[in-house]
Design a protein around this ligand. Structure first.
Ligand code: NAD
Ligand code: TDX
Length: 337
């Protein structure tokens, strides 16, 4: 049995990860430490809440005593760190909590991992640490780190710290850097769910700038299978890029959603650009493909269709979210744009 502390799993990617891995495997015992910020939702974990190999603990990864207690009580030997403040726009509105959680929180986990001699520490990172691409080229693992937003700079700082713990203390770490995820359970502030939900509610679809910024989209389960593979087989000390080679402009994504929901382009509203908006992300995932044998298994059009259907059939889930704190955030983020 592998005793793993997996953080931030009441959020989008982490909840999909636990729902997937605890269904597939019974050789892992998982403690999920999550602060339940605005983005954390225990409803996401209904399928596994009574699983005998699962415990949930509500708490903050920056809490040294709590993290220490969890390592002792559950004999933790592995860490997978999903927990983060994850939204670029929120990091532009206010950056402190991003550095607190993403940098200091990672430091607290690393120090505990050092005290308890963990066998592997996997840091879930992002392609945004590489900065922005021009019209051509791809991010490889040797692309220099050059983050542009408070969010991406906090993730880059965490990556550098994780690598320093490997270099200095020999900590057995691996880092994954994935491109933009989509799928069920994604919080409505992110592009795809925001556009689906606004369309269903007859609200305008706010596209930043000229809408020609490019993101490289991957279905969340493909990301999570890659995380599992790197956790099991990744070479210690290495970084692995994860992406499905599906570049799309934001306008293309929005039109695809409108088309699927039978609505017209008059719902689109071009609004003031995001400050410092990265133009293009695109991932070269040949390292994980060649060295670990991973490849994406979901086809974009089908997985997008499934995702849109999921939001259509789970109105209760997102209605509860958008009627709470989200409304205030939306008002602040989109007024005067
Ligand atoms: P999310 O915002 O949906 O979920 C984040 C989770 O972390 C929430 O459950 C929240 O409650 C928890 N959390 C936040 N601060 C915490 C703290 N101080 N202590 C404990 N828990 C805390 O984010 P997501 O989209 O699921 O992203 C998960 C991870 O994957 C992040 O590290 C993110 O940087 C990375 N990532 C995301 C994407 C993407 O497209 N969403 C792509 C690449 C990498
Ligand atoms: O209302 C919007 N209008 C718009 O045009 C929103 C919310 C977004 N956008 C644009 C900005 C980006 O070019 O859509 C693109 C995607 O935006 P987000 O969904 O905010 O994602 P992004 O900024 O690319 O970051 C995401 O991918 C990398 C995740 O939020 C990060 O956690 C991850 O690391």
């Amino acid at each position: 049995m592998k005793n793993i502390l997996v953080t931030g799993c009441a959020g989008f990617i982490g909840s999909n990860f636990l729902n997937y891995i605890l269904k597939e495997r019974d050789d892992v015992f998982i403690v999920n430490l999550d602060k339940l910020t605005y983005a954390g939702n225990l409803e996401n974990l209904k399928p596994i809440e009574n699983n005998k190999n699962y415990r949930f603990i509500k708490g903050d990864i920056t809490n040294v005593e709590l993290v220490d207690y969890i390592f002792t009580k559950y004999s933790i030997k592995y860490v997978i760190n999903f927990a983060a403040e994850s939204h670029v726009d929120r990091s532009i509105l206010g950056s402190s909590v991003f550095y607190q959680t993403n940098v200091m929180g990672t430091n607290v986990l690393l120090e505990a991992a050092r005290r308890y001699n963990v066998e592997k520490f996997l840091q879930v990172s992002t392609d945004e640490v590489y900065g922005s691409l021009g019209a051509t080229g791809l991010f490889t693992e040797s692309t220099p780190i050059s983050p542009n937003s408070p969010y991406s700079s906090s993730k880059a700082a965490a990556d550098l710290m994780v690598q320093a713990f490997h270099h200095t203390y020999g900590m057995p770490i691996v880092i994954t850097r994935c491109s933009n995820n989509y799928g069920p359970l994604q919080f409505p502030e992110k592009l795809i769910p925001l556009m689906i939900i606004n369309t269903l509610n007859g609200k305008k679809l706010p596209i930043y700038g000229d809408g020609l910024n490019v993101r490289d989209w991957i279905y969340v389960i493909d990301h999570n299978k890659a995380v599992e593979l790197v956790f099991e087989k990744g070479k210690i000390g290495e970084v692995y890029n994860i992406g499905a080679s599906r570049e799309m402009t934001n306008v293309e994504i929005v039109k695809l959603i409108l088309n699927k929901l039978g609505k017209g382009e008059e719902m689109i509203e071009y609004v003031k650009d995001r400050p410092g908006h990265d133009r293009r992300y695109a991932i070269d995932s040949s390292k994980i493909q060649n060295e670990l044998g991973w490849k994406p298994s979901f086809q974009f059009e089908q997985a997008m269709e499934y995702t849109i259907d999921w939001y259509l059939s789970n109105k209760n889930w997102w209605d509860r979210i958008i009627s709470g704190e989200y409304q205030k955030y939306y008002e602040v983020q989109y007024r005067n744009r």
